[in-house]
Design a protein around this ligand. Structure first.
Ligand code: ZN
Length: 155
């Protein structure tokens, strides 16, 4: 599989990542899944609710809140996620995956990312270095959930 985005989709992810720096941004990727390629038709920026410490801890507690925060963790509000999924389905679109940024870290998934991912979906990671959008990669979790495989990004 590969994931295909238009130039303005990439631009909107990069802009979102730079705007949220030094915090992580996040969002969803909607479109159509073909046999060989997931074709993105919409990029939906969402709020990283790690900004709301109390609510985020209720939903998915951080193990080490001293070291973990919105600067290196993201969480999509499950209600918002459901709303986007329903709206996508009503318009005949599939949820193809998710994106988030890594402020001042490489565009490689962390163990935390792997533990909170599902197979099949694309996970786009944008590295944001010193506030500037940098490398962008896409990853798919293996069926046994043990590793992320790099997925080609097509324009
Ligand atoms: Zn990550």
């Amino acid at each position: 599989m590969a994931i295909q985005l238009k130039a303005d989709h990439l631009e909107s992810i990069r802009t979102h990542g730079a705007r949220e720096y030094p915090n992580e941004c996040c969002g969803m990727l909607l479109g159509h899944a073909g046999d060989a390629v997931k074709e993105v038709s919409e990029v939906v920026p969402l709020r990283n609710i790690r900004h709301d410490f109390t609510r985020a801890q209720e939903l998915l507690p951080l193990e080490d809140p001293g070291r973990e925060s919105e600067k290196n963790r993201f969480l999509i509000d499950p209600q918002e996620q459901l709303r986007v999924e329903k709206d996508a389905r009503a318009r005949g679109l599939d949820v193809l995956g998710y994106y988030h940024s890594h402020p001042d870290h490489p565009a490689r998934p962390s163990n935390y990312d792997r533990e909170h991912a599902w197979p099949w979906y694309s996970y786009i990671i944008l590295s944001v270095e010193q506030g500037e959008a940098s490398e962008l990669t896409s990853w798919v979790l293996s069926g046994d959930r043990l590793r992320f495989d790099l997925e080609p990004v097509k324009l």
